[in-house]
Design a protein around this ligand. Sequence first.
Ligand SMILES: O=C(O)C(=O)C[C@]1(C(=O)O)C=C[C@@H](O)C=C1
Length: 298
Amino acid sequence: MKRIAFLGPEGTVSQESSLCFLGDKEYEFVSYPQMYDVFTATVNGETDFSVIPIENAIDGSVSLHVDLLVNEFSLPILAEWVYPSIQNLIGYKQDLLPESTGNPYAGISKIYSIPVATSQCYKFLRANIPGVQSEGVSSTAKGVQIVKERGESEGPGGFAAIGTRLAAKLHGLDILAENITDHQNNYTRFVLVGSQTPALRPSDKLKTTIVVTLPEDFPGALHQVLSAFAWRRINLSKIESRPTKLKLGSYYFYIDVEGSLDSVLLPAAIAEIEALGCQVRALGSYPCYDYDTIKAEA
Ligand SMILES: O=C(O)C(=O)C[C@]1(C(=O)O)C=C[C@@H](O)C=C1
């Protein structure tokens, strides 16, 4: 049975989305406490694949994870899927004040969650629990676990977590407010990385991710890179600059291209970009799955 590393503990969005996309029958899911460990597990051969959240509709690219993928670990991207990050306020219902007070959440003074999830719920928190103290932890499910453990040792007392329905269920906690993200289209893009070929259903949507570093002092270099795609009518679905971390003002471009490296046009575009003096590294050429397709087949 193939093993898949995900950010734990049990009940994260990563786990929820992987169970939905990959099912739990053919795979054993293994949780790791930090994203660095999630990558390392597959590099070391403890697991076959790792699940990496890469971009969120509200919060944008998860820059730590992009940087780990590009700079630290050379694990190819094998697949991509999109999954709704439905975040809930989770805690003990004894902490809710009566509706007659005008604000049932006023008794909550501290929230635990991973910062990327807390910022997805900015408007809810500002409107309902202004000034709440927010403590960043390693994942949504870690926050839920802390709330459970604090509740068991001290009893309920004004603290809550932001996390999944799955985590609330696993810990027997209450959903104090449901689906509290700033808008309802809060999807997260996940990628599967690893060195083996996973058994996946076919998809007619293929994507290639490349990292391009421009030569220094080359006026119009980015324009020429984009032209190599444009005149071949190759569509880009994402382009983002990230620091190379080597010196201030030095960047690479993370580019998602629609289509496969096996096509005729894409390798030709890459060869043209390399001829300009750019460095090009392919991070993977892989099938993509949207949520409606996954849900229909789950
Ligand atoms: O903490 C989790 O539940 C995770 O799976 C991690 C993660 C992320 O780091 O982007 C994944 C998706 C959610 O939008 C929030 C957090």
